[in-house]
Design a protein around this ligand. Structure first.
Ligand SMILES: *Cc1c(COP(=O)(O)O)cnc(C)c1O
Length: 379
């Protein structure tokens, strides 16, 4: 845990806006996931926060990685060490899954030499893979219910269950190997039933494939979506793990390889942002603070991730409902219209916890304001 004292010290030392990554929290999240889902190998979804130091810390813990672009691939490739260069090319695909179902031809050509593990969900992609990455191992991404997830993904990705085995047989006919199935129940899924339904769908497709003569699948990728404990309404991870373990036990053979691609769960609680008040006004009778971080920057999750981050003050005192605005000239740049804050003055610091996922990762340089400086704690 980073104390409030420490945060203020870091802000003094480095200036603001500041984005602090707590590596103790990363390790804690990784170990909690492993503890409650011991059968599952973790492929950290790099898009949640692609800081190289995060990759290094999780790799040291034993993590593998889920990437979706060549730049993400290269961040992982450069930051995981542990194999002689000659063997590295073969070893790397135990450590990386390329989990973007639609890949540019140029990317497939670059990846082919690694014998990559890649996902797909349509016929066009099978043809592209056959031509440009014939050494790839394939994982079929299925469309599964995303009911109640904070971020929905099923409208863009996944083969319909009814076409799944046809696609598998089509790939097989072209000489490609489909090694297993994957899905994503939607990000920040607090409705555990989504996992139950997805696993049941997968079991049905495994059976149908076998019945139709395809027996080469031995992998199940249960994707991401594991909820971060943003507030008390999120049930503990061990409760979700119990549900998943029961279904895995009931529906799948012991020797099947199971992976997951948690992004948010690993990094959300490991990030804290610190900003300072640069201006203040009364607007419609409400104290309104302009701070030097906003929705084009560390608070980008407010827009892209449909997430809310309470803004807290270090200062004590009677509070009033206040507005918090970002520094840019865009009226969209609103961090919050209603935060309970004491009266703040220029240069007073504010902070937001649990802001490690989909925040700094989607920060821009809009309006000339660069993303917050990143500082690593407990590295
Ligand atoms: C974004 C993404 C993830 C990570 O999702 P979280 O909800 O952050 O755990 C995992 N897999 C794929 C394919 C993704 O696109």
């Amino acid at each position: 845990m980073i104390t409030k004292d420490k945060l203020q010290k870091l802000a003094k030392q480095h200036g603001t806006p500041l984005f602090v990554i707590d590596h103790d929290a990363l390790r804690k999240n990784y170990r909690e996931f492993r503890k409650y889902l011991p059968r599952v190998q973790i492929y950290f979804a790099v898009k949640a926060n692609s800081d190289p130091e995060i990759v290094r810390t999780l790799f040291k813990e034993g993590s593998s990685f889920d990437v979706a672009s060549m730049p993400e691939f290269n961040i992982v490739y450069k930051n995981i060490k542990g194999m002689p260069a000659k063997k590295r090319q073969d070893w790397i695909w135990d450590k990386i899954i390329y989990a973007n179902p639609n890949k540019p031809v140029e990317t497939l050509e670059e990846l082919d030499k690694y014998k990559p593990l890649v996902t797909f969900d349509n016929l066009e992609e099978i043809r592209k893979i056959k031509k440009h990455a014939p050494h790839a191992g394939l994982v079929l991404r299925l469309k599964v219910p995303n009911t109640g997830a904070m971020v929905e993904l099923s409208s863009k990705f996944g083969a319909a269950p009814g076409e799944a085995v046809d696609l598998i047989l089509e790939a097989d006919k072209l000489g490609l190997t489909v090694e297993g199935l994957s899905f994503h129940v939607g990000s920040q899924t607090t409705n555990f039933e989504n996992y139950v339904q997805a696993l049941s769908l997968c079991a049905g497709i495994y059976k149908e494939a076998r019945d139709r003569g395809y027996t080469k699948m031995n992998l199940l990728d249960i994707g991401g979506g594991f909820p971060a404990p943003y507030d008390d309404t999120v049930k503990p991870f061990r409760d979700l793990a119990k549900v998943i373990n029961n279904e895995l036990e009931r529906l799948f053979p012991k020797d099947i390889q199971i992976l997951a691609e948690p992004g948010r769960f690993m990094v959300a609680t490991a990030g804290v942002s610190v900003a300072k008040v640069i201006g203040k006004a009364m607007r419609d009778g409400k104290p309104s603070y302009y701070i030097n971080d906003g929705v084009y920057h560390t608070y980008s999750g407010v827009i892209f991730d449909h997430c809310k981050y309470p803004v807290k003050a270090f200062k004590k005192g009677p509070t009033k409902i206040s507005a918090v605005f970002g520094p840019t000239c865009d009226a969209l740049d609103v961090v919050s219209m209603a935060e309970n804050l004491p009266e703040l003055g220029r240069d007073d610091l504010v902070y937001s916890e649990n802001i490690g996922a989909y925040s700094h990762a989607s920060a821009t340089y809009f309006n000339g304001f660069p993303p917050a400086k990143v500082v690593h704690a407990n590295l």
